[in-house]
Design a binder for this molecule. Structure first.
Ligand code: UD1
Length: 423
């Protein structure tokens, strides 16, 4: 099993290109199931989660061809021949549930394994199922699988009031509603940029949708969808992660493809911590020339609030801030698993339920640590850049799910980082 070895670093300088968004791509790929014409995605990230979705779509009879070294995905679902998404693949990745809406809408039936628990919390799919029921689907849970059936004549429009603005449930419901008979209204819908990106792609395929990016999305069902070519939106989480590298080490780094509107709340918190963020022609320039990092309080919230997917990385920054910061995790109940690992590096963190209190220390110390999930793994790399000595991050397969070429991107701006195989 590979590890990543990081050595404490001086200032970072240069440019880092930001890839297309993993979370957008994982919902755009299942959109191919809605049409028998080709859907092509450009600016796709090269990640193991994308390979898992490719495998899942392939198991349903869709074709996914990876072109230009994985940056272009050419997909076609004209030959769908299976209605079952099996546990063997679904268990690897929760986003697999996103095939349920499109399959149900296009074929009228689907059987999808429940994704099951996950290290960062219980993460049920009840909101997804509630939306399909509102469109007339009959659902049965049997042997760990959801068996879903549309009424005779197909799904019909309905009104869905989400109890929580779930990203995945909104995506699944939007996709299903594109082919339903009549109008579907989604209230308290998620507003994330990945939802807006999905709607833009569906619209290019011929869907009639209004209100994306607001809490109410209205979908007028159409008889069929056609093909399209769509560019995947910038990965705002990869962007925020690499913005933290110069914030932690000092220096000045330009993140190519970054925009403030993808991460406005996060940028405000960086400014409060004493980090300069500036929009440029090609992206965002982040610098910390001198001076200390100030403590800031952070609460994770649905978009446009502070993203839960940047909480672990922000904690790495605040470990060496002057003063005490309070981080509140409001999206997932068990998302502080990186805290004990950071404490092995000398951080001072007190976790009580969904609240972590971080008291800044002068310097972190390198240590062997374990990645526990995707975002936790990269927070340990960032902390390693701020530490004295060597940090060895184990279980980096988590990292491969969501960050392409992390060693190349960080060493390109002067970080001391390498991947060591087989240990
Ligand atoms: C997506 C992202 C994930 C990110 C999260 C929140 C993908 C592939 N993943 O996950 O990286 O951390 O948004 O921004 O895009 N919930 C329910 N019932 C449901 C669905 C969700 O109770 O049916 C709860 C969850 O347990 C959680 C909260 O709602 O507490 C948010 O989950 P949701 O927004 O659905 O996240 P995901 O779509 O799973």
């Amino acid at each position: 099993m590979d590890s990543i070895v990081v050595r404490g670093n001086g200032p970072l300088n240069g440019q880092i290109p930001i890839a297309g968004a993993k979370n957008a791509c994982l919902t755009l790929m299942p959109a191919t199931l809605l049409s028998d014409e080709p859907l092509t995605l450009t600016n796709a990230p090269r990640l193991s989660d994308i390979k898992t979705m490719t495998e899942l779509l392939g198991s349903l009879g869709a074709e996914v061809t990876s072109l230009q070294d994985g940056k272009v995905l050419a997909m076609s679902s004209h030959g769908l021949n299976n209605d079952t998404a099996h546990y063997d693949i679904v268990r690897k990745m929760r986003a697999s549930i996103l095939v349920l809406g499109p399959m149900l809408a296009r074929q009228g039936h689907a059987i999808v394994s429940l994704p099951g628990g996950c290290a960062i919390g219980a993460r049920p799919v009840d909101l997804h199922l509630k939306a399909f029921e509102a469109m007339g689907a009959e659902l049965e849970l049997k042997d760990g699988y959801v068996h879903a059936k549309a009424p005779a004549g197909g799904l019909r429009g309905g009104t869905v009031d989400f109890d929580f603005a779930s990203v995945g449930a909104t995506e699944n419901a939007v996709m299903a509603a594109t082919l339903a008979k009549g109008t579907t209204v989604l209230n308290n819908a998620a507003r994330e940029p990945e939802i807006v990106d999905l709607v833009e792609c569906l619209r290019a395929m011929g869907a009639q949708i209004e209100g994306e990016g607001s809490p109410t999305i209205t979908i007028q069902g159409v008889d069929r969808l056609g093909g399209a070519t769509h560019r995947v939106v910038t990965d705002r989480i990869e962007l925020g992660t690499y913005m933290l590298a110069p914030a932690i080490c000092g220096g000045e780094v330009e993140l190519l493809g970054g925009r403030i509107n993808l991460l406005a709340t996060f940028c405000e918190k960086l400014a409060a911590a004493g980090i300069s963020v500036e929009e440029t022609k090609d992206g965002l320039k982040v610098s910390r020339k001198n001076g200390s990092i100030h403590a800031v309080d952070v609460t994770t919230e649905p978009f446009p609030g502070f993203p839960t997917d940047l909480q672990a990385q922000m904690m790495a920054l605040l470990c060496t801030a002057e003063g005490t910061s309070v981080l509140e995790e409001k999206i997932f109940e068990n998302r502080f698993m990186h805290a004990p690992e950071l404490m092995r590096m000398g951080a001072s963190i007190d976790v009580q339920g969904g609240t972590a209190t971080v008291t800044g220390v002068k310097k972190l110390k390198g240590a062997p640590v374990m990645a526990t999930d995707l975002r936790a793994s990269v927070s340990l790399i960032l902390a390693g850049l701020a530490a004295e000595g060597e940090t060895r991050v184990g279980r980096v397969y988590h990292l491969d799910r969501g960050y392409e070429q992390v060693v190349r991107k960080l060493s390109g701006v002067g970080a001391h980082i390498e991947r060591v195989s087989g240990e």
